[in-house]
Ligand binder design. Structure first.
Ligand code: TNX
Length: 508
């Protein structure tokens, strides 16, 4: 099923490049096996072995997907790229030996072989193949450079986050973001679904969360509002899975809960509804840690979220709890962390949850700027794993520079070179390299409304984070990265992505 959709993606992509007008042939850099973003692990070019796509080029993929492939080939294109049962000129197949997400791409004069152990690996190989074809092929025949790529990720977790709470983003906008992030082998999308301003995911047992907490005017500054229905959410999970992206839902607690308390005053200790708030302050709200109803509420929310989330993680926030005394915070985590596990999920939270002795094998999302964090060190010693989101490198909501429209600046300006200039393995001292399982670039939405706003802050910086997360340390090289990024520009133009034309990059 997944494989079939993957093959459709490939086949739909090929005719497109085969028929539109050329840009790449006039750009500064010829496409080679090492032009790819994120950088591939190993490439052995074979000059003279280029493969030329023509009107007679055939495509094959495993039997189970042949039908869908044929359907996908029918749209009128310059080239037919007809499907054959096996041994096509462009041949996709599964075989052992390439890991969960890796693949081998072999390009010869006689054809192209893409091999992977799992469908996710084929999908990743297809993203590479797309970038090896011109941004827009001339009416003539596009050429794929000859040689072999052996590629696999450095880290298993390569994520980004959208904040639906401060400004709601629609399912269409989220799908479009998924389309773009998956081009760069980003495989986790974290959705921040509840905060002081708004609550954005339907929960059957507590309907006012969305009817009140997600109502009109619940965005920052009284903007917009809105929420995902369960159907919306399930649809996003499916759409993401077809692109090998796993959704991670977050409900932030015990702080960042004002919208839930406006909807349900019984979630406060005095039972009095707070006023609705759409300013940008943080750290003033807290669930009532000593009240039993708090844990019935959490049990319901986590159960319903777990039911509609096939991925392994539930993100429980845990940051900026200035209104929760430390002892109460620990008492709260002692009850909350087992609830997540009871619903079959691995607890994932901002690194503050590492203060809890109950963190166990939880995932800690490190967002700090310090180079050593004692509670992270001790949580890791007790079995926790870390996802690196150091704010001064990965926060996509920071301005690029003083002139950036929108964005915040508390973690400093982040130009592309700053997003690229760090190493997840050594950024945080006091923990072994093996405890870091990946990277994530959060995009907070206080100042963002539209998809254009999202794209402008995410691209190109998210690509830097994707390369930091996917590519081997030895391939990290700013000059190489900026040249490849500059050459990617025409693809974003073609796709209508409104990226930041960073002055650090020479754009094609
Ligand atoms: C800090 S990072 C927050 C968010 C804000 C963000 C703005 C983190 C765990 N918490 O509540 O939206 O700064 O950049």
């Amino acid at each position: 099923m997944r494989l079939s959709r993957l093959v459709m993606t490939l086949v739909l992509a090929l005719p497109l490049v085969a028929t539109t007008a050329s840009a790449a042939s006039t750009s500064r850099m010829p496409i080679t096996l090492t032009s790819v973003l994120p950088a591939v692990a190993e490439a052995v070019p074979s000059p003279g072995d280029d493969f030329r796509i023509t009107g007679r080029t055939t495509v094959s993929a495993p039997d189970s997907v042949a039908g869908q492939l044929a359907d996908a080939l029918r749209p009128a294109t310059g080239f037919d790229l007809p499907l054959v049962p096996a041994g096509g000129d462009i041949d996709l197949a599964l075989e052992p030996g390439h890991g969960d997400e890796g693949y081998r791409l072999t390009v010869r004069k006689s054809g192209v072989d893409l091999r992977a152990t799992a469908p996710a690996g084929l999908f990743n190989g297809v993203q590479t193949l797309r970038q090896l074809l011109p941004a827009a092929a001339e009416a003539g025949a596009p050429i794929i450079p000859g040689g072999t790529i052996d590629d696999r990720p450095r880290y298993a977790y390569r994520g980004t986050m959208l904040d639906l709470a401060r400004h709601f983003h629609t399912p269409d906008e989220i799908r479009r973001y998924i389309d773009q992030i998956s081009r760069f082998k980003i495989n986790y999308l974290h959705l921040h679904l509840g905060d002081d301003q708004g609550w954005r995911i339907e929960i059957d047992a507590w309907p006012r969360l969305t009817t009140v907490g997600g109502g009109p005017g619940t965005g920052v500054g009284g903007d917009g509002g809105g929420f995902l229905t369960k159907d919306d959410y399930r649809g996003l999970v499916r759409y993401a899975a077809e692109r090998f992206v796993t959704i991670v839902p977050e409900i932030d607690m015990p702080g960042h809960v004002n919208a839930a308390q406006v909807a349900y005053p019984e979630l406060t200790c005095d039972g009095v509804a707070p006023r609705a708030r759409t300013d940008m302050r943080v750290g003033y709200s807290t669930l009532c840690v000593r009240a039993e109803i708090t844990y019935r509420f959490l049990d319901d929310v986590l159960r319903e979220l777990a039911e509609m989330t096939p991925g392994p993680y539930l993100h429980i926030g845990g940051d900026e709890t200035f209104a929760t005394p430390h002892g109460s915070y620990l008492a709260f985590q002692r009850r909350l962390l087992p609830l997540v596990r009871k619903h079959g999920k691995i607890p994932y939270g901002w690194h503050e949850i590492g203060q809890s002795p109950a963190a166990g094998d939880a995932r800690l999302q490190f967002w700090g700027r310090e180079r050593n964090n004692p509670s992270v060190t001790s949580a890791v010693a007790a079995g926790a794993k870390v996802i690196m989101s150091p704010s001064e490198h990965t926060y996509l909501d920071m301005k690029y520079d003083n002139f950036t429209p929108g964005g915040l600046d508390w973690a400093g300006a982040i130009e592309v070179s700053t997003a690229y200039g760090w190493d997840p393995a050594t950024q945080l001292g006091g923990i072994p390299e093996s405890s870091v399982i990946g990277v994530e670039a959060p995009l907070w939405s206080e100042t963002l409304r539209s998809l254009a706003d999202i794209e402008f802050l995410a691209f190109p910086r998210l690509v830097a984070i994707a390369e930091i997360g996917w590519s081997p340390r030895a391939t990290h090289d700013w000059d190489s990265f900026r040249a490849r990024l500059g050459a990617y520009g025409p693809r974003w133009v073609r796709d209508g992505v409104r990226f930041h034309r960073s002055p650090e990059i020479r754009w094609s």
